[in-house]
Design a protein around this ligand. Structure first.
Ligand SMILES: Nc1ncnc2c1ncn2[C@@H]1O[C@H](COP(=O)(O)OP(=O)(O)O)[C@@H](O)[C@H]1O
Ligand SMILES: [Mg+2]
Length: 366
C-alpha cells in the first residue's frame, strides 16, 4: 500500500505559536511510519512555509510517542537543497501532499483561515471545516449558538471598544449582572492568553485593557466555582459519528487554568476519571457532544466545561486541542485504550473520509 504523504503544519503567526510547534513535533514523532510519509512544515511568523525534515530526527521530548525519529524510511523531503521558506503555492507545487495535519492553534490556524486555504488548494485536512473552525474560535458567536440549543454557558457581557468608551456603564453592568470575582478574556484566542480572574472592581480596567490587546471583542463572565472538566471527542473514522472520550478533571496549581498551568510540567493535575458522579460524567459527555455538533465540528475536538452543584456549564470548544506532552486529548484517548499513534491515525482517516465524501466542486455539465 502506498504511504500517505502527510504534511504536519505547525507554528504560524498566532500567540499560540510555541504550543503549536510543540504539538506538531509530538505528532511528527508519533505518526505511524508504516502508513505515513511525514513532512514536518513550520509556518513562519511571516506566513512562509518551511519544510523541517530535521524534526524527523529529533526526539519530541515528551511521552506518548511510539518511536523516536522516523524509522521506516519515510521520505522527509524530495530535494535536500530546498529547505528555504517559500510561499504556500510554490510549496504545494513542489511537494506532493496527500493530506495536511493542521497542528496549529489560535488565529490563522485553528480559526478557519488555514482550512479555507487548504480547501482552495484541494488538499484534505484534519479536524473541523471552515465554518465550525471559525465559529469555535469565536467564543461569543459559538456561545450564541449554544444558547440557541439550550446548552448552558456562563452569564457574560461582551465589550467592544465602542462600549468600553462608557466605562462607568460597563462597571455598573458587571456589578449588576455578574458580580465579583468575574473572568475577563479575549473573544478569540486560546491557551488562556489574555485571561484574567478579576477579584474586585478596581482590577477590572487593566484586565479589559489586557484582553483588548488580542482582539476587538472582550468577554466578561461570571466566575463559575466548581470542578473544571474537559471532554475530548474523536469521530469514528468509518461513520463520522462523534465519540466522547472519558472526562478529565483539571486541577490547576494556580488560581485558574492559566498558560503556565497548561504547559509547564507539573502546572496542573489531570485526573481520569474526573471526581464527579457517573450521572454528572454521562451528562457532561452528552453536553459536550451536543455542543460539538451544534457548531458542526468534525474529526476531533475538546469541550471545556465546569461542573458546579447540579449544573454543567460549557466554556468553549477547541477544534485543534493541544497535543503536547502535557496535553489533555492524548491523555483522554489513552484512558479509553487508544494509544497516541492510533488517535492520530483516526484523525487522518476522518480527514480522508470527508475528502472522499465530498461532492465535486464543479457541477456536472449536461
Ligand atoms: N467563567 C469562568 N469561571 C471560572 N473559570 C474560568 C471561566 N472562564 C475561564 N476560566 C478559567 O480560565 C481557563 C481558560 O478559559 P477558556 O474560556 O477555556 O479560554 P482558552 O481559550 O484560553 O482556553 C479555563 O480553563 C478556566 O480555568
Ligand atoms: Mg480553554
Amino acid at each position: 500500500m502506498k504511504k500517505l504523504r502527510v504534511a504536519v503544519l505547525m507554528g504560524g503567526p498566532s500567540p499560540e505559536r510555541d504550543v503549536s510547534v510543540s504539538t506538531g513535533r509530538q505528532i511528527v514523532t508519533a505518526l505511524d511510519p508504516e502508513r505515513y510519509s511525514v513532512l514536518p512544515v513550520e509556518i513562519t511568523k511571516e506566513g512562509k512555509w518551511l519544510p523541517r525534515p530535521d524534526m524527523l530526527e529529533l526526539p519530541a521530548g515528551g511521552t506518548g510517542s511510539k518511536q523516536r525519529g522516523n524509522p521506516g524510511g519515510a521520505i522527509a523531503h524530495g530535494r535536500s537543497g530546498d529547505i528555504a521558506p517559500t510561499t504556500y503555492d510554490r510549496f504545494v507545487e513542489r511537494e506532493q501532499v496527500d493530506v495536511a495535519f493542521i497542528a496549529m492553534h489560535g488565529p490563522f490556524g485553528e480559526d478557519g483561515t488555514m482550512q479555507g486555504l487548504l480547501e482552495l488548494l484541494g488538499i484534505p485536512y484534519t479536524g473541523s471545516g471552515v465554518l465550525a473552525s471559525a465559529l469555535a474560535m469565536d467564543k461569543l458567536r459559538s456561545r450564541q449558538i449554544f444558547e440557541w440549543h439550550r446548552i448552558p454557558v456562563p452569564a457574560y457581557l461582551s465589550v467592544t471598544a465602542d462600549v468600553w468608551r462608557d466605562r462607568g456603564h460597563v462597571h455598573q453592568q458587571v456589578g449588576k449582572a455578574l458580580g465579583y470575582p468575574c473572568v475577563v478574556k479575549p473573544n478569540a484566542v486560546g491557551s488562556s492568553i489574555g485571561v484574567s480572574l478579576v477579584r474586585d472592581a478596581s482590577r477590572l480596567d487593566p484586565a479589559i485593557e489586557k484582553a483588548f490587546a488580542y482582539g476587538p471583542i472582550v468577554l466578561i463572565e461570571e466566575y463559575i466555582a466548581g470542578t473544571e472538566i474537559t471532554c475530548g471527542i474523536v469521530d469514528d473514522p468509518a461513520t463520522g459519528r462523534p465519540h466522547a472520550l472519558p472526562l478529565i478533571e483539571i486541577v490547576p496549581h494556580a488560581d485558574f487554568y492559566d498558560y503556565d498551568a497548561k504547559y509547564a510540567t507539573g502546572g496542573s493535575d489531570h485526573l481520569i476519571p474526573a471526581r464527579v458522579s457517573d450521572e454528572v460524567a454521562a451528562r457532561a459527555q452528552a453536553i459536550a457532544v451536543r455542543a460539538y455538533q451544534a457548531l458542526g465540528c468534525e474529526g476531533m475536538g475538546r469541550v471545556d466545561m465546569i461542573a458546579r452543584a447540579g449544573d454543567i456549564v460549557v466554556l468553549e470548544i477547541n477544534t485543534i486541542p493541544g497535543m503536547t506532552a502535557t496535553s489533555l486529548l492524548p491523555d483522554a484517548a489513552r484512558a479509553a485504550g487508544i494509544p497516541f499513534a492510533e488517535l492520530l491515525d483516526r484523525i487522518v482517516r476522518n480527514a480522508m473520509r470527508r475528502a472522499d465524501a465530498r461532492p465535486p466542486v464543479t457541477p456536472p455539465t449536461s
